[in-house]
Ligand binder design. Structure first.
Ligand SMILES: [Zn+2]
Length: 100
């Protein structure tokens, strides 16, 4: 699907805000939050307790991910089910031929 990035050596301790860095290295802890999506109640990303200390930083980093790896939100695949009713013409009587 996509190119595999090197894991960032800093991992969860990564404090960088450089988009290029996020294009070059993967941050599984951010990916996880990013893929989880927004909390429908708060409309914010759900940051796990263990990362809550750096929640502000993570939100900034998530914004970078949004720009670098935009989710395909435009899914306009409307399944239009057009039901064609075929009318069977019964009025025509078929000529029977009894061949003996
Ligand atoms: Zn990093």
């Amino acid at each position: 699907m996509s190119t595999k990035l090197k894991k960032c050596p800093y991992g969860e301790q990564c404090y960088r805000k450089n988009p290029i860095h996020f294009g070059e290295f993967s941050h599984p802890h951010l990916d996880k939050i990013y893929l989880n999506g927004l909390d429908p109640e708060t409309n914010n990303y759900v940051i796990p307790d263990e990362l809550f200390m750096s929640a502000e930083l993570i939100e900034i980093q998530l914004k970078l991910l949004e720009k670098l790896f935009p989710k395909s939100g435009d899914i306009t695949g409307s399944s239009s089910t057009s039901s064609k009713t075929k009318e069977v013409d019964k009025s025509r009587g078929s000529g029977r031929l009894d061949g003996g």
